[in-house]
Design a protein around this ligand. Structure first.
Ligand code: C5P
Length: 406
């Protein structure tokens, strides 16, 4: 959540400059304001027009442009910002920052800075490993700057090793993290939020289980945003493809019954979000030993019993114990709106986010989602958008709901 935050984004020249475009989009979608500065060589890779149009603020590059700027323009740009981000940062620009050179708008802004600086280097692997670059990076750290990356991998020049610009998501996470730890007006500060995520696993015997294709990406994205908004996050997770977010309290569970127990253990909280894909049933009995193949090749039959409905049980808690907001998810493969509205009524939750997970949508395991958001009165369509954007939209909605009811 970056609402009202001003970020001075310095883009320096390099093939990775195009990734700055994605970073701008992410900051904007999270409600942040971006003032771009391009060095002369950055303008060879991305046009000031594109960058300015996406940022919604004219991209600046000239130090002495009296038609556009007053003499102290570069100082104002820095004073106006809450945070400075240099992405990508070339070896040359890193050297300039380390040595206090000020021969263009970008380097002058850095020298005149009174704000935290996040630097995301990007260069050829040999240039990155070169002693002067390593020396310069060390100096930047000593000067209080924060270095993000670089990543290791194949480079545009064909060589392999460290030097690739970190992914925009990683740089964005560092920005969110900075505001999270340096802010006292976070919208969910003091709120305790429980979120379930991932897939449950229902054991059949010691080596087999029934599960589903949930990747845990949507729950993780929401948990990250909750944390960035200042909430104390209880993250109750089943199996997932992605690691849990930093800075949250993690409870790892296996079966639906384990998840039920963990959720009721973690309560009370202000908001509970049920994003996990929970198995509705489990095998009636769990073999103590691996179920053996029968001699004649006959398949065993499985008897199933119902699992407790965690969401429903929390939504039905008496006032005082029930979270102020209980939010469910509904994975549907057909008639999304009709089925989700019926589920909303059945579950007793306050909000329900329905998504179409039919085979061709790529929602399970993918990075994007299309949501239909239900409350008591209406429904509205969100997306398609990234799972991270769904997180931002949901967390903003939670924040305004809690603000109104406070
Ligand atoms: O009934 P269905 O599984 O489609 O409902 C989905 C919603 O209910 C999700 O929010 C899921 O996390 C929650 N759920 C639950 N406990 C179950 C089954 C689903 O909390 N046993």
């Amino acid at each position: 959540m970056l609402a009202g935050r001003k970020i001075l984004l310095i883009i320096t020249g390099g093939i990775a400059a195009f990734k700055a475009i994605d970073l701008i989009r992410m900051i904007k979608r999270a409600g942040g304001d971006v003032q771009p500065i391009l060095t002369a060589s950055a303008s060879e890779f991305v046009t000031p027009l594109t960058v300015g149009a996406l940022a919604g603020n004219q991209a600046q590059s000239a130090l002495f442009d009296l038609t556009r700027e007053s003499e102290i323009g570069h100082i104002e740009l820095v004073r106006d910002a809450d945070l400075i981000v240099v992405a990508p940062a070339t070896a040359n620009f890193i050297a300039k920052m380390a040595n206090g050179l000020a021969d263009d708008l970008a380097s002058t802004a850095i020298l005149a800075r009174d704000k935290h600086v996040i630097v995301a280097p990007a260069m050829n692997v040999k240039m990155y490993e070169a002693e002067p670059t390593q020396r310069n990076l060390k100096m930047l750290v000593e000067d209080g700057m924060q270095i993000v990356g670089p990543d290791e991998g194949e480079m545009a020049c064909g060589e392999f090793g460290p030097g690739r610009l970190s992914e925009p998501e990683t740089i964005f996470a560092a920005i969110e993290d900075y505001f999270h730890t340096h802010s006292n007006d976070l919208p969910l500060k003091g709120k305790r939020v429980l979120i379930t995520s991932g897939a449950t696993r229902e054991p059949l015997d010691p080596v087999r289980f029934l599960t589903n294709a949930s990747s845990g990406k949507q729950g993780t994205a929401i948990a990250k945003t909750l944390r960035a908004a200042g909430a104390e996050v209880e993250f109750v997770t089943g199996a997932a493809e992605v690691p849990p977010p930093d800075g949250v309290n993690i409870t790892e569970v296996g079966s639906a019954q384990d998840m039920y127990d963990a959720v009721h253990e973690v309560l009370p909280c202000d908001v509970a979000i049920f994003c996990a894909a929970v198995s509705d049933w489990r095998p009636k009995s769990v073999g103590a030993e691996k179920i053996k193949k029968k001699g004649d090749g006959e398949a065993p039959s499985l008897e199933m019993v119902l699992n407790p409905d965690i969401l429903k049980s929390v939504a039905a808690l008496p006032a005082g114990e029930r979270p102020e907001l209980v939010i469910g998810f509904a994975a549907e493969t057909e008639n999304v709106i009709e089925h989700a509205r019926a589920k909303f009524e059945r579950k007793g939750c306050d909000w329900l986010l329905a998504n179409d997970v039919s085979a061709n949508t790529g929602t399970f395991g993918g990075d994007n989602n299309s949501i239909v958001f239900f409350d008591e009165q209406t429904h509205q369509e969100w997306g398609p958008m990234s799972k991270s954007e769904v997180g931002h939209k949901l967390v903003s909605k939670i924040a305004s709901h809690l603000k109104i009811s406070d």
